[in-house]
Structures are given as structure tokens and as C-alpha cells.
Design a protein around this ligand. Sequence first.
Ligand code: HEM
Length: 463
Amino acid sequence: MQSRPYVAQRRERRAVIRAASAGLPAFDAGFLRDPYPAYRALREAGPLHWCEDFFQGAWLLTRHEDVERVLRDPRFSSQRTGGWVKRAEGLDAGHGGAYAMARAQGGLDRFQRLFSRAMVFLDAPDHTRLRRAMLGGFHPATIRALAPEIERLADEILDGLDGRQGFDFIETVARPLPSRVIGLLLGIDRADEAQFIAWSEELAVFIGAVRPEAEQLQRAQRSLMQLVRYFDALIETRRRAPGTDLLSRLVQAEEHGLVRTDGELLAQCAMLLFAGHETTRNLLGNGLFTLLSHPRQWAALCAQPDGIGAAVREVLRYDSPVQYTGRRVSREIELHGHTLRRGELVIALIGSANRDPARYTEPERFDITRGEGSHLAFGSGPHVCIGAGLSMLEADITLRALMRRWPGLRMIDAEPQWNGNAALRGLLRLPVRCGGAGPEGGVPESGAREKQQPAPELTPSSA
Ligand code: HEM
């Protein structure tokens, strides 16, 4: 139990910090639709801010250099799931004790215990051990070998749209494809796809909410428990009859002692489903939306599809599917004139870092010929995304297939509908019209944000 003086001290410190961080932009519905003006204001106001709106108090890091450095610094720990329980307790006042009830049922603690074993929430040496167990499944050669199968899955979905005037890209393509690919990776039956998508969405809503509702927590808990039961059964089948998929690999790693038997395997499965599904959906959605909002660049790409790799990298920089990740301060650190205390949460704003003018020329401009090196969309350091190659391959294959079939593709809605998730930024809907014409006719009916400029020339150096 914390002593009264400690609580009083903490309150006092927060008051001091709050005063120093006055005038932050509002993290409201407008922010969830378009966070970039707020990021810009934050960056211009300084590199580090204390913000009460994020998880009941967190340090926000705004600049590219700091985000990269903190993600690589072991003094900033990845063990941060304990905060979910604390955050929920703090929020109870406004929820009539719904969190306390969830806690009493043991659900929230189980939820936290399971996720705390996922490697994304661990530090060395446990993180290193689990990452080693997982790496084989994500080796570039293993991922390349999946390409024909991913092409087949993408074609199967797009063939089903032939003859249609238009379709909602999110519902018909971006939603099912990544879950089929994860299914392929883990060797999951297609019949279970709908359940999988629903569970993953409930988890994403809770994990991505800056101030989660009790209802969101309860749904996430329910989904996680169903997911656990599902994977328990699946793991049993792999023990009896191992295959060549990632799940069989992890079961074998457990048998060889590389993965512990106390629920670690289950935690990695839940993490993979969640980490690889929502993120890639949003890369596909944000990618197509941004390209169709810039019809000249879409046209240039249709004419020279080999520029697709550079275009996907620019989408990742310009509108990152993962907008931030967190770390906990493991010991007192001085940073930009502030003392960061042990246990405090640091939010590394990837979305802001990727638009930092100190790192990129005219960062608010989308430019598929940019060629200014890497972005931080996949993080950095020991936890850098293990699925980066896979998600880029999915985006490459899907966008190429779309350009081949419908170079005249255009958007229908003027106002995109964003999902309202501060961490996992993506669209709820993206209605498109197939359009018969070539790319010249590819000006969207609405929502175009590109000024009248000549189409960019794609050169090998820009890739
Ligand atoms: C566009 C798609 C994706 C984006 C933007 C993305 C982003 C990220 C980021 C930012 C991190 C670092 C988190 C941190 O440092 O706290 C990460 C880690 C991770 N990602 Fe991804 N991810 C994507 C796709 C995938 C896919 C397809 C998979 C797997 C199938 C995956 C699995 C993972 C895993 C397992 C980690 C944890 C790695 C570790 O802790 O060592 N991700 N991802």
C-alpha cells in the first residue's frame, strides 16, 4: 500500500508539472480525426510534455530524435501492462464502479497477466529469448515464400468484386486479408475468420483507448477469454500433430525450453493476432486513402508500379498505422530539463516523430519520391516490429493488384470515417468506385487534397 505522504507528494508534483504543461492542444474527437495539427503544436511547444489526458498522466515525446532514442534505451522499460489495471481503478469514479466489478471478477487481472507475458511488453532477457523463438517464422526467406499464397488470397478477394461498380475497401479487402494472412502464418482454419476479426477488434478498441469505457474493457476481457480457449485447443492439436506453421514452431520452442510453459505460448499467440491484424488493415486503408487523395501520385504509380515499395514507406511515414507506443521509466532520468520519475509512463508519439521538420523536408507533404530514409512506423531498437516485412509485402501485393485491375479507382465519400482509435489509426469505411478509365481519369470525386502539380517522376533513387 502507498503511504499518504507519498500520495500527497505525487499530487503536488503533478500540480507542478501540470502548470508547466498548460495550454496543450485538446485530445478530443477532432484530434482522433486528424491528430497532425495537435502534434505540430506540441512539437513547436517543446520536445516533452506532461499530459493528464493520456492514461491518467504520461510524458509525451514529440520529436523524431527523442522517440528513436527512447525506444532504444533500456532505461525505458517495455513492461507497462500494470498501468491498465491502475488506469482502470482511477477511472472508476466516472463509471459507477464498473471497473471494480470487473476487477472483482478477476477478469482485468487475468487480462493484464496474460498480456504481460507477450514479448512486446517484456524486457531482456525474457524478451530476447522469446524474440529468438519467434524470429525463424519471420525470416525474410520465410516471408518471401508466402508471397504466392498472399497473392492468391488477394486475388480471391478481388475476383469476388469483378463486375461491381464500387465497394467499401475496408470491409471487403483491408479487413479480411490481414486476418487470412495471420491465419496462414499460424495455420488457422478459414471458418474461424469472422470470430478472429471480432476478437481482435475488441482488444484493439480497449488497448488503443486513451480513456477506455468500462463497456470496452468488459468486451475486451470476454474476447480475450474466448481467444485463449480457442488457442488452447489449437495448441493441443499442434502438440499431437506438428506442422510447418509458426504455431507449430512455437510449440516446439516450448518443448525445447525456449518458451516457458506458464502461459507464454498463449500470450504470444494473442499478441500476434492483435499486433498483425489491425495494423496491417490500417496500412492498407490509410495507404489507399492517401494515394487516392493524391491522384497524380496514384497515376504515376499506376504507370510505374515498381515505385510501390517507396510509396508504401511514404504512407507509413505520412499516416502511421501505429501512432504511439509506451515505455515505463525504470529509474530516474533527466530529460529536456524535466525529472522523469521511476514508474512514470512515456508515450513515444510515432505519428509526430514521422512529421518532424528537423528530420524530413516539408514533412506535412505526401511525396512518394521523397527518398529521405527510414521512418519510425515500425518502432526502433530491440522491439522493432517483427512483422514489418510481412505487412509491407501484403501492402505491395494488394496495391499492385488494385492498380492492375482498376487504375481509374476513385473515392466516393468526401468525409472519411476514422475509427477514433488514438493508437491504431485507421478508417472504418473507404467506399471506392472502380472507374473504367486509366489513371488520367483517376481524380477522386471528392476529398482530393493534391494541388495541381505535374505527376512525379519515379526514379530508382527515389525508391
Ligand atoms: C503496418 C503494419 C504494422 C505496424 C505499423 C506495426 C508496428 C509495430 C510497432 C511500432 C512495434 C514496436 C512496439 C514497441 O516498440 O513498443 C511493433 C512490434 C511488433 N509487431 Fe508490428 N506492426 C505491423 C505489423 C505487424 C505484423 C503483420 C505482425 C505479425 C504478424 C506484427 C507483429 C509485431 C510483434 C510480435 C511486435 C513485438 C516485437 C518485439 O517486442 O520484439 N506487426 N509493431
